[in-house]
Design a protein around this ligand. Structure first.
Ligand SMILES: Nc1ncnc2c1ncn2[C@@H]1O[C@H](COP(=O)(O)OP(=O)(O)OP(=O)(O)O)[C@@H](O)[C@H]1O
Ligand SMILES: O=C(O)[C@H](O)[C@@H](O)[C@H](O)[C@H](O)CO
Length: 255
């Protein structure tokens, strides 16, 4: 009886594994064509059928347990292009996308719309709910692309703690990585004003200075700062290249 349920569990895990591979291969294949990104095939596609045959041949043995996923957070002040880049990154990796703005309470959004900067107390529950959402992906062995301002070290530490094994300050081994988009206040103001005039966003350009005042990166964090005026597709390509090794450790060994 015990043996039977173990076999069923094995089959179901092989099925899930195969289904996951098919879904991510299809998503990434489509995106590779659209963005014409130089993402190495070894990171994005795999011999799914061969893999399933290999597991079937190894009767009685289970596929490896899910590996930890990787979260790549595109950070920076409002209007720098985080959502644009993170959404494209998710497509390129065939993974889910978390937009931090979707986790703000109505009160937080109303405050920002009125031109009042958030306080740390306003940000705490928001950051904690983001941490939960990212942890859920990592626990499931999934990669995830995130768009979040993450302006201060203490905010980023809440997000890094989504990785259950994270030891504060051990940035290199943390499965939550950050890339910061930066450009001049003039370029960002122009972007925010255009966006607001088109009725596309709640965040007024008047809040930009308060965001710039808070943005601080500790050199020890090793966060790459990227020119936010570069084409979004190129930023995505470079980000994938930067985390090539960490991403490779989240795909099965035969890839
Ligand atoms: N690399 C880029 N080059 C030129 N324009 C860009 C680029 N990235 C984003 N934009 C434009 O800049 C504006 C702001 O981008 P986006 O909404 O992605 O910023 P954001 O950092 O997510 O802002 P917020 O945090 O306020 O939501 C948008 O109109 C977008 O089309
Ligand atoms: O920490 C903050 O002040 C907020 O997260 C803001 O950055 C907004 O969420 C976002 O940038 C507006 O879209």
């Amino acid at each position: 009886m015990k043996l039977k349920s173990a076999t069923c569990a094995s089959r179901s895990r092989v099925w899930k594994w195969t289904k996951w591979n098919r879904a991510s291969s299809a998503a990434v294949g489509c995106c590779r064509r659209r963005l014409q990104l130089a993402i190495p095939l070894s990171l994005t596609r795999g011999p799914v059928e061969a893999e399933s045959r290999r597991w079937s041949a190894m009767a009685g043995s289970d596929p490896p347990l899910a590996r930890p996923g990787l979260a790549i957070v595109i950070m920076g002040v409002s209007g720098c292009g985080k959502s644009t880049v993170a959404a494209l990154l998710a497509e390129a990796l065939g993974c889910s996308f978390i937009e931090a703005d979707d986790y703000h309470s109505q009160e937080n959004k109303a405050k920002m719309s009125k031109g009042i900067p958030l306080s740390d107390a306003d940000r705490t529950p928001w950051l904690e709910s983001l941490q939960d959402a990212i942890r859920e992906r990592l626990d499931g062995g999934e990669n995830v692309a995130v768009s979040c301002s993450a302006l201060r070290l203490k905010y980023r530490e809440v997000i890094r703690a989504a990785d259950r094994s994270y030891k504060p300050g051990d940035y290199a081994t943390c499965r939550v990585k950050f890339v910061c988009l930066r450009t001049s206040a003039e370029v960002i103001t122009e972007r925010m004003q255009r966006r607001s005039s088109e009725g596309k966003h709640f965040m007024p350009a008047s809040l930009l200075q308060s965001q710039l005042d808070l943005l601080k990166i500790d050199a020890a964090e090793g966060i790459t700062e990227v020119d936010a005026t570069v084409r979004a597709g190129n930023i995505v390509r470079d980000t994938v290249a930067q985390f090539r090794e960490e991403l490779a450790s989240t795909v099965p060994p035969c890839f």
